[in-house]
Design a protein around this ligand. Sequence first.
Ligand code: F6R
Length: 325
Amino acid sequence: MKGEEFLREYLDWSDLIKMTLAAEPLNAEPLSVAPKGIVVLGMGGSGIVGDVLYSLSTERLETPLTVVKDFRLPRWVDDGWLTLAVSYSGNTVETLACVDEALKRGSQVVVVASGGKLTELSMLKRLPYFRVPSGRTPRSSFPALLLGAVKLLSSLGINLREASELDVVEVFKSEEALKLGDELAGKLLSRLPVFISATKYYPLALRAKDEFNENTKTIAKAEVYPEGFHNDVVGWEGWRDPVSAVIFKERGDRTLEFLKELLAEAGVDTHTYELDGGYLQNVIRWSQVVGIASVNLALRLGIDPKETRFIAKYKEFLRSSDQLE
Ligand code: F6R
């Protein structure tokens, strides 16, 4: 069955990671002048890379890094900024519009893609470029997009990873992810999933939400804490719908422990997963688990996990629309 083949695109992440770590970016040399700031472009499955890089940057960079998921670049991005465009297809309209604007403003543009217009542009203008394997979906290519971006930035002299961190992500146990994913799918059957994390792990909660949206075709939510203690938590006081809370929590995170107590008091069906590796390792490993869980749940429900009909319709709408010309 088609969906089962798609599951393999999540189970082969170990090989995908090895291939990505072995590949080298093109046209990439250390920048002669450090950028004033870095803007990361990308939508959906490609855009999540920007969220991870943002979280890493808050602890590991002196340079500000911001994420744009829109048609327009902020006014303050100028020729002193580095623009990293991530698009699996290389054809995403929002990303292309910002790249066009960044080039006009004289910003150095660098690209992660598997093909499309962004690849053509990179070849034409000899832009620093990392090519990821084609023929997959953006979401099942997540480790390639993320590690490709980390490698590309590192070859420009911007180091977002801790020593040996990339070696650690190589050691993946797909059988374990399959087991955890199957279990999580069972827990979320006929329930609306709410993925919760600390701010630092927002990209993981968002990844999980997006995976359930796209693979399982269900509404899902991502919430981050401590911000959630100022709003979301009150919603749990009076929850009525068949919802489940899935918490991704670092060991020793006392605020999320406290949240668990509140959810238990409110009788919420809650599942907690402990994150106990390095940051990149945790994000990739648990993204694999939620990817598998969302595909597994789709298969149980007789849904095609791969097809994303409304995204395709939106892209068709953009192609046929002249509002954006
Ligand atoms: C995920 C998915 C979408 C795309 C998004 C942007 O699998 O299909 O979220 O990632 O529409 O497209 P790309 O990634 O090609 O830039």
